[in-house]
Design a binder for this molecule. Structure first.
Ligand code: SF4
Ligand code: SF4
Length: 362
């Protein structure tokens, strides 16, 4: 029996709705919903009716990274009387993310290495982190992942060129894929299997025909990508070897608005700033907020010196960090998962595919 046959189940749409209502009663469930402007966002739901089911064809404007790395958080409070007392603020909320796409799950694996030193979806990490981030690690451990395989990728998606989709092979709890009116459910972890066995009346085992049909869906999805952005490896080599002339970064810098949008929408970007706020002469809090390497102030050091005051250097650094071998070796993958959000967001057309294309042409 193959791994697929052992782990493939079918759930009908009605049963999925009923199961999700059970989950909503026992944990916070985050899912794609319509925001006030009609955009798709990941947000806590109160009923399964809140889900924007057409999100499968429109990527969410922001990845769900804020449920692991909030835009603003208090990390700890401190008090100084006769000695210092530090009280950490942890988010212990038990969560489920429903409908996360494979690219965004691969971005979490990237963040796992940054914050935790290894893939946190595995039982053991392959390297010990120097400074494990307990805030991120707790949120990650408390979040159950129900991914959706992308049988119909969006027009800006290029995960297929980044080894990040359109389906996951590992690193999820459950992965659902639409098949006719039902969903095929793949099990990717022990806690995923526990959910199936704990709610077995909602599921049935997939037949061998359904196993073959899933393979056909996966093959078919690979043929639907509009832009396969085939020059990623060339850009990686040229950027790593320092063969990209500065004139390219200068030209991009003339267009860049310094808005930071590319960083905020990117599921692998995780630059942050730390600010200590005194609440009295004896107490205070330490806060963390999202930051961006696109901002000049990001490299401001004590004394006011700004290390990358030239916009060209900031852009060069951003793409070096995303694409150079040096960071691929460290993070075990390059820093783009092909979600396409920077294409949608950047007014100046400084998206990952356009930079890769510019590097190829230079
Ligand atoms: S989104 Fe575009 S314009 Fe804004 S900082 Fe990023 S590259 Fe520059
Ligand atoms: S660089 Fe652009 S396409 Fe790549 S992961 Fe970030 S937002 Fe998505």
């Amino acid at each position: 029996m193959s791994r697929y046959e052992e782990n493939l189940w079918i759930i009908t749409r009605d049963n999925l709705f009923a199961l999700m209502e059970v989950f909503i009663k026992t944990r916070e469930v985050i899912a794609p919903v319509r925001g006030h402007g009609g955009e798709v966002i990941f947000y806590p739901i109160e009923t399964i009716e809140d889900v924007a089911w057409d999100w499968q064809y429109v990527n969410a404007v922001l990845p769900p990274k804020r449920f692991f790395l909030p835009q603003t958080e208090v990390m700890f409070e401190y008090r100084h009387d006769n000695s210092y007392k530090i009280t950490p603020h942890y988010d212990d909320q038990v969560r489920m993310i429903f409908g996360i796409r494979p690219c965004d799950v691969n971005a979490l694996i990237f963040l796992d290495r940054f914050f935790g030193g290894g893939s946190l979806s595995k039982e053991s990490t392959d390297e010990e982190p120097l400074f494990p981030d307990s805030h991120y690690i707790k949120r990650r451990a408390n979040t159950f992942i129900i991914a959706f395989g992308c049988h119909q990728p969006g027009e800006n998606c290029f995960c297929v060129c980044c080894d990040a989709g359109p389906f996951l092979e590992e690193d999820y709890d459950l992965q659902l894929t639409s098949m006719n009116a039902d969903y095929v459910v793949e099990v990717g972890s022990a806690r995923g299997l526990k959910i199936i066995y704990g709610n077995e009346h909602f599921f049935r085992k997939a037949s061998s025909d359904e196993v073959k049909e899933l393979e056909r869906i996966k093959e078919g999805a690979l043929n639907t990508f509009a832009d396969t952005c085939a020059y990623v490896s060339k850009a990686i080599r040229r950027i790593t070897e320092g063969k990209v002339d500065d004139s390219l970064w200068e030209e991009l810098a003339e267009r860049c608005l310094d808005c930071g949008g590319c960083s905020y929408v990117c599921p692998t970007c995780c630059c942050y700033n730390i600010v200590d706020i005194a609440l009295s002469d004896k107490s205070g809090i330490r806060t963390r907020t999202w930051d961006s390497c696109a901002f000049a102030g990001f490299t401001r050091i004590a004394g006011g010196e700004i290390l990358r005051s030239d916009k060209k250097d900031r852009l060069k650094r951003r793409f070096f960090h995303k694409l150079s071998y040096r960071y691929i070796e460290k993070n075990k993958r390059h820093g783009c998962v092909g979600c396409g959000r920077c294409i949608t967001t950047c007014f100046a057309d400084i998206s990952m595919p356009s930079v890769i294309e510019a590097v190829r042409r230079q």
